[in-house]
Design a protein around this ligand. Structure first.
Ligand SMILES: [Zn+2]
Ligand SMILES: [Zn+2]
Length: 184
């Protein structure tokens, strides 16, 4: 048996994201599913580095999207969608998952209502990278002793350089063979 240690030729370029960076980046990816042009927001709920639920701002199940039929604006806020945090909490609820003690990674600082829902759901820590005007979130988090961490925005690049990895070969055909007309 031929056993050797083969050192990486690109050790210098290897940046491994911290858990916080990783989950914030996943929240950014989740936000790509948002359906309202006024805001794209993503939320990932995590406990012990395990993802419990994800959510993005979107219309109620089966209802039309803002992008298709227009925003439903009341007092300058679009009310057609549930916010990302609420949808993540609802997803956990549908699957019977407790959020007690979890951390919420959110692309945008929570609005007052989402902050209250996160507190009531048992979230203990919130990590964000942007601010939101007109929100009492900080006040409610402070009253509930919830840790609020503001982090730098993670880089908007997914590093998957398939040509660089020696053990895999890129798919030759660039078509998708899963037969989905539309991935809804
Ligand atoms: Zn909208
Ligand atoms: Zn909200």
């Amino acid at each position: 048996m031929d056993v050797q240690i083969v050192k990486s030729p690109n050790r210098q370029e290897w940046h491994r994201p911290s858990w916080d960076e990783y989950f914030l980046k996943l929240a950014m990816l989740t936000s790509e599913r948002a359906t309202c042009p006024r805001m794209h927001c993503g939320c990932v709920l995590v406990r012990e580095n395990n993802i419990l639920a994800t959510g993005y701002n979107g219309s109620l199940p089966g209802a039309p999207h803002c992008y298709d039929v227009g925003c439903l604006v009341v007092n300058d806020h679009c009310v057609r969608t549930n916010h990302a945090e609420i949808n993540a909490i609802c997803q956990a609820s549908r699957h019977g998952i407790s959020l007690d003690g979890a951390t919420a990674y959110v692309t945008n600082m929570c609005c007052t209502n989402c902050a209250k829902a996160l507190v009531a759901a048992g979230i203990r820590r919130v990590v964000v990278f942007t601010n939101y005007h007109d929100s009492l979130a900080e006040q409610f988090f402070a009253e509930a002793n919830i840790v609020l961490n503001r982090m730098p925005m993670p880089e908007r690049i997914i590093h998957y350089d398939v040509g660089q990895y020696t053990s895999i070969t890129p798919w030759k055909d660039d078509g998708c063979d899963c037969n989905h007309k539309e991935h809804t």
